[in-house]
Design a protein around this ligand. Structure first.
Ligand code: ADP
Length: 416
């Protein structure tokens, strides 16, 4: 069966988020990192292409997105989702508006929904305004974002600044009137884009159900919740499937490169329950065989139990490292070392990797040469286990720093 839904996601963790949502809704989902080779085939109901286009130069963002679109169409995708952040991370120049315009043109799409709502994370669309935990977007911490400081919360104004299209609104009372009312509103508008109010998952599901004929949908991960059922109803999807746990039996390692508060708590919790190795930046600087030493330590301690290798035990250590090496260099030293260790462990036969930290995850996945992740069972909201198919199946969980409860690492491994 060919691909039904194709997603173009403008960053890596956002891609995993929507892949996880579609998987929980019953589709078999694969996330690919970057646009696959033209002749690559993927067996899945939905394919999510993870780009790094959110803050890339505009022409790159457009051209990568169009490449992703062509690949997805060739794979059979009947509906395209352009996934951006639930805080609409962009500038008055883009990249959301211009990328959406280009996708609309190529697909000859009708009125295109804009709905970044993600109620579980406190992002709602009310009266066309994007709210973050009850405050307008531009009064939330997003106003100080280093790359995409958000200057308005009116999605129509945000979109009009960066897109050629005109923008209409479907208000909450229409959404609450249900699928038919939303379909009618979409059929009646003459606008290119339609911001749709949504404050609950039920709202998102009603919107999704009304989008069965939409060639292009744009929004956060929440916009995908009602879509798989449409394909089932249309007979294009034979069944919905519950996500499966990855099938692995080998050694297990946790690689924690995030310094965030949540990860520090998870590291402390796990360190009290399994062998743990703290990576020291001074030793990275001084000992050329340090990664090899760490890998040997991991092998010696992992026959019976998982092991953890981590970078940050406290803010003091982090501050000291950053003062001594500079924040960028310190981060890179740790990311490179953890990636190097991951490659050595994979070669030794470790097949299960839990990685903490967004940047760290990107570095490890790229070092391990992973290009395709099959989405499996969810560990914590927004964080699924993933299976990597290859000569040897691997299980990988990629957690952005602030996600997950204190027991996240152990919970993850217990699921296997
Ligand atoms: P998060 O998802 O929490 O932002 P990231 O991996 O994206 O995590 O970013 C964390 C950054 O902090 C990485 O570059 C990592 O290498 C760096 N870092 C973590 N711990 C330390 C440490 N002890 N000293 C220096 N840099 C660190």
């Amino acid at each position: 069966m060919s691909v039904l839904i194709g997603v173009i996601a403008d960053d890596f963790t956002g891609a995993t988020d929507i892949a996880n949502t579609l998987s929980k809704e019953g589709m078999r989902v694969v996330q690919v990192i970057g646009v696959p080779e033209p002749d690559a085939t993927v067996d899945a109901d939905a394919v999510v292409v993870a780009l790094k286009s959110r803050t890339a130069p505009l022409q790159d963002a457009i051209s990568w997105s169009m490449d992703a679109l062509e690949w997805l169409l060739a794979a059979g995708a009947q509906q395209i989702i352009f996934k951006y952040c639930s805080t609409f991370d962009s500038t008055p120049q883009g990249n959301i508006g211009p990328v959406a315009d280009a996708l609309r043109d190529r697909l000859s799409a009708g009125p295109t929904v804009i709905c970044p709502a993600f109620p579980e994370n406190g992002r709602t669309v009310e009266g066309g305004h994007l709210m973050v935990n009850g405050v307008p977007l531009h009064e939330s911490p997003m106003r100080d974002h280093p790359l995409t400081p958000m200057w308005d919360s009116d999605l129509s104004a945000l979109m009009s600044a960066q897109s050629q299209g005109d923008v209409d609104l479907i208000p909450l009372d229409t959404v609450r009137a249900g699928r038919d009312a939303i379909e009618t509103a979409l059929a009646e508008t003459a606008a290119d884009y339609v911001v749709v109010d949504a404050v609950s998952v039920d709202d998102l599901r009603a919107i999704g159900r009304a989008l069965s004929d939409a060639k292009l949908v744009t929004g956060g991960s929440g916009i995908s919740v009602g879509l798989p059922q449409n394909f089932l109803d249309a007979g294009q999807l034979s069944a919905l499937h519950a996500p499966q746990a990855p099938k692995v039996t080998g050694r297990q390692v946790i690689l924690a490169g995030s310094a965030s508060v949540a990860t520090q708590g998870q590291v402390a919790y796990a360190a009290a329950r399994m062998p743990a190795f703290e990576v020291e930046l001074d030793r990275i600087a001084q000992e050329p065989d340090y990664a090899e030493q760490i890998a040997r330590w991991a092998w010696d301690h992992s026959a019976a139990a998982p092991v953890m290798i981590y970078g940050t035990s406290s803010n003091d250590v982090l501050r000291r490292n950053q003062e001594k090496y500079g924040a960028a260099r310190a981060g890179e030293m740790l990311e490179t070392t953890l990636s190097d260790v991951a490659v050595r462990l994979a070669a030794q036969g470790f097949d299960t990797f839990v990685v903490a930290g967004g940047e760290t995850s990107g570095a490890v996945v790229s070092a391990l040469n992973v290009s395709t992740l099959r989405i499996c069972t969810e560990i914590a909201p927004g964080v699924p286990w993933c299976e990597v198919e290859g000569a040897r199946t691997q299980a990988i969980a990629l957690k952005s720093g602030n996600f997950g409860a204190e027991s996240f690492f152990l919970d993850a491994l217990e699921m296997l």
